[in-house]
Ligand binder design. Structure first.
Ligand code: ZN
Ligand code: ZN
Ligand code: ZN
Ligand code: ZN
Ligand code: ZN
Ligand code: ZN
Length: 499
């Protein structure tokens, strides 16, 4: 996104009121991970799409190079299913490619005799019971079956099958496999072809989502690495772990190593019950938003992260700064020594707990939102509602990783920059909480069998407004961190201070 664009967006975000309903259509929704935007740089492929694309690519090669289908498959497999590379290389040096892949231009016919000797078992068989690749080396059907079975055991290697005569090297393609093997092996060959089309290609990968059979085709070198599959699983194209914008893959692996090493301590701070700050009774956190209400009769609403009154955060976004900023404790101990002096070690545990806690809390929020998204998809197909839940899932993911950014980088920038960053995040977070609370409330009503609390049109409008605004704020946040440009950040902070 260009700097000009950012300034324009900020001008638009002076207040929700400015976003008139007519200013929104599907194309304008600001999905944070680009999952549904018109500029997304990947396509999700289901089984049928995969087959269709593979067949299209094979047909392109057979038509443009005038070679057999079997030869086209061998060529494409060799060049990682890149159509353009296969064509370029073929036109550059057809002769050498034919030699190295074992693709003869003119097949050698079997001699016209009544009986032929199999070159593996050395037995004689009638000519029409023998088969040979383009090289004309004849083998009996028993030996063929054994040869093909062996190569099938090597997995994708069966796509590079050659003549059983070790000195020969002529290719054995799909046509021979189909003619010589059982229906079961034919099916296996088709499966390997499908796997090779994804796994050997540089621009396609399987979605790592649990139980998902989709693949993703990605425009390599096109900016964001985050992918959201149609199964709702989001992942990083580069490291194949979960999506982690705005921090890089190396920071993510550092963080996971750290939390793995400290898991015992950290499990202790991540509790499911806390005493209500007003009535002191234990309250369980079992929702997506961190704005929690103590059950009746108390009904006190407070922040699950910092235990302050929710109204303290509710007064626009500014007070999220205090909720989320790490402040080393500086109380004077009984010996007149500040906690800071108790040594770096203790402070660093406290600091780490602060960031870890917020990272883990947002992960819980995200998981619950994902469950709600799936629930909502089942009961209601209204686009604005589904879009809102998708947005919540994506923003929780981003917010979660901004705490890891904070842990590793917050102290490397100036205090002024830190404060500006916290403002931008505070504002994004405030709007996300508002959207999440609202969506949860409406979902509850649906699941309880009441319709929307207001007319469907009003509900839709409010959701679209909140979804769009939250998306824009998160995009700004990501941009600020990824580009680390002081003036972009201050420009956003100025805009947030005036709204
Ligand atoms: Zn034989
Ligand atoms: Zn041969
Ligand atoms: Zn998937
Ligand atoms: Zn990654
Ligand atoms: Zn209470
Ligand atoms: Zn708080």
């Amino acid at each position: 996104m260009s700097r000009k664009k950012i300034r324009k967006i900020d001008a638009d975000d002076q207040g929700i009121a400015m976003l008139s309903d007519s200013s929104h259509n599907d194309n304008e929704l600001n999905y944070v991970l680009g999952s549904h935007s018109n500029q997304r740089n990947y396509t999700t492929l289901n089984r049928d799409d995969i087959e269709q694309r593979r067949e299209d690519d094979i047909n392109t090669i057979t038509n443009s190079l005038s070679i057999s289908r079997a030869a086209a498959i061998i060529l494409l497999c060799h060049y990682n299913w890149s159509v353009s590379k296969s064509c370029d290389k073929w036109f550059d040096d057809e002769e050498n490619i034919r030699k190295s892949l074992g693709l003869l231009e003119v097949p050698v016919p079997l001699p016209t005799v009544n009986e032929l000797r199999c070159l593996i078992c050395f037995k004689y068989y009638p000519r029409d019971e023998m088969s040979a690749p383009a090289c004309g080396h004849p083998f009996c059907s028993k030996c063929w079956t054994a040869h093909i079975r062996t190569t099938f055991r090597s997995g994708l290697g069966c796509l590079k099958l050659r003549c059983p005569n070790q000195l020969c090297g002529v290719a054995v393609g799909e046509d021979m496999i189909n003619a010589l093997t059982s229906p079961e092996d034919k099916e296996n060959y088709g499966r390997y072809l499908c796997r090779s089309f994804i796994e050997d290609s540089r621009k396609r990968k399987w979605c790592p989502g649990p139980g998902c059979n989709n693949a993703v085709e990605f425009t390599v070198g096109s900016g964001s690495n985050d992918v959201l599959c149609d199964c709702s699983h989001s992942f990083c194209w580069k490291c194949m772990g979960e999506a982690h914008r705005p921090v890089g893959c190396n920071i993510v692996s550092r963080w996971f190593l750290k939390i793995h090493a400290d898991s015992e301590n950290m499990n202790r701070i991540f509790v499911k019950e806390k005493p209500c700050p007003a009535c002191k009774r234990p309250v369980e956190w079992n929702q997506g938003s961190i704005a929690i209400r103590c059950p009746a009769p108390c009904k006190y609403q407070f922040c699950w992260s910092c235990l302050r009154a929710w109204s303290f955060h509710g007064d626009k976004h500014f007070d999220f700064r205090l909720c989320n900023k790490y402040q080393p404790s500086k109380q004077i101990s009984e010996y007149g020594v500040t906690n800071e002096c108790r040594g770096m070690a203790e402070d660093s545990v406290e600091r780490y707990s602060h960031y870890y806690y917020r990272w883990a809390t947002n992960e819980s929020c995200r998981k619950r939102a994902l469950a709600n998204l799936q629930q909502m998809r089942a009961v209601h197909r209204e686009k604005s509602i589904i879009d809102a839940w998708l947005q919540i899932v994506e923003c929780r993911q981003v917010l979660k990783w901004t705490y890891v950014y904070g842990y590793y980088f917050a102290e490397q920038v100036s205090a002024n920059m830190q404060q500006i960053f916290e403002d931008v995040r505070g504002r994004a977070e405030y709007n996300l909480e508002e959207l999440h609370q609202y969506a949860e409330l409406e979902l509850k009503k649906y699941l309880e069998g009441h319709g929307p609390s207001m007319g469907l049109n009003m509900l839709r409008d409010k959701l679209i407004r909140l979804t769009g605004l939250t998306g824009r704020l998160f995009k700004n946040l990501i941009h600020a961190i990824e580009h680390d440009e002081a003036d972009d950040i201050s420009c956003m902070a100025t805009s947030s201070a005036t709204s």
